[in-house]
Design a protein around this ligand. Structure first.
Ligand SMILES: [Zn+2]
Ligand SMILES: [Zn+2]
Length: 337
């Protein structure tokens, strides 16, 4: 018999989303006994859990960033491999968000719940594509859950960057991109577009790029920006964390064109406010169409929204005859938009 009410076995406590019959949290805030972690961004992968289950890639990201992913034990699961935890079966599926990112399917007494973490549906050469997992309850984020958000084709944004470079051969192009996921995706898209020159990296991005390469993601020639001569940087592409593009750091570059790769660059005012000359709409999160189509495709009769702009999405969920609920998890969106 299917348990009718998901609230009776999937609850929210001060550490976040908790699966009662499994005895574990998903992406908990820290210090959980058992944690299943969807991906390595710091708003999902936090330190101090006793036991962690995640993909091998996510565990490697956690080891790189936190030192140790778990105080007692870390268990790696391959995509599609089912693991029993307590009374439930847990299976990870690709989320298409960053290297190692996973959706978590939890099966209990015939009911199927999917916690999707962060995800996107558009192509990304650096990680396996999102897989639709049929379920009764789908738990989704809502970072870009407004119809105005349409991310478009990321390769067109990269073409824009290359055109600007051709137009200003005397200037460096400094592209703000988050360390885990976005910067590797921008590099891979540049390579796909045939750009084979060395790409210069701010020191903060080097570690994650090395990690991607250790998992077989080819990024081509990369060079540290630190120590490179001003003259040498003319006409080159430099990647840096978003905080560095408007900072003293970028002043060493020859007359830099500042670009920023983010889903938020759809909002012109935000680009202007951040002093971004060349906004590149490249997002690792689902846009409005991807969110609503994914909900449809999973066949879920109930949808819970973890965080973001949940009002419009909840309205849509109700209008399409589903049950909706806002979880309003705090502390998300720290890192990766
Ligand atoms: Zn994320
Ligand atoms: Zn997130």
């Amino acid at each position: 018999m299917k348990p009718e009410r998901f609230e009776t076995w999937l609850t929210v406590d001060r550490k976040g989303l908790y699966c009662r019959p499994g005895g574990f949290h998903i992406d908990p805030y820290g210090g959980a006994k058992r944690a299943v972690v969807t991906h390595g961004h710091s708003d999902h992968a936090r330190p101090g859990h006793e036991d962690v289950l995640a993909t091998r890639e996510t565990l490697a990201v956690m080891t790189t960033r936190l030192g140790t992913p778990a105080t007692k034990g870390a268990q790696a699961a391959a995509y599609g491999e089912t693991i029993r935890i307590g009374d439930v079966a847990v299976t990870l599926y690709p989320a298409g968000h960053v290297l190692g990112s996973a959706q978590v399917l939890i099966e209990w007494q015939g009911a199927r719940a999917v916690v999707s973490g962060d995800y996107k549906r558009s192509a990304d050469p650096t990680c396996p594509a999102f897989e639709v997992v049929p379920c009764d309850l789908f738990i989704t984020e809502a970072t870009f859950a407004l119809p105005v958000f349409q991310h478009g084709d990321a390769s067109e944004e990269v073409a824009k960057l290359l055109r600007s470079r051709a137009q200003f051969p005397e200037r460096a192009h400094v592209v703000g991109a988050y360390g885990l996921g976005k910067s590797q995706r921008v590099i891979a898209l540049l390579r796909q577009a045939g750009y084979d020159r060395p790409i210069y990296l701010h020191g903060a991005l080097a570690e994650c790029c090395a990690l991607y390469e250790s998992f077989g993601v080819r990024l081509g020639p990369l060079k540290p920006a630190t120590g490179a001569k001003r003259e040498e940087m003319k006409g080159e592409i430099v990647l840096a964390p978003p905080s560095a593009i408007a900072d003293r750091w970028s002043r060493r570059l020859p007359d830099p064109v500042t670009a920023f790769a983010s889903g938020w660059m759809r909002v012109r005012a935000r680009a202007r406010q951040q002093g971004v000359e060349l906004p590149l709409v490249i997002s690792d999160h689902a846009d409005w169409r991807e969110l609503t189509e994914t909900i449809e495709e999973t066949g879920a009769r109930e949808v819970w929204v973890t965080h973001g702009r949940e009002d419009a999405l909840l309205h849509h969920i109700k209008m399409t005859g589903r049950k909706g609920r806002a979880l309003a998890l705090v502390g998300r969106e720290d890192e990766d938009q």
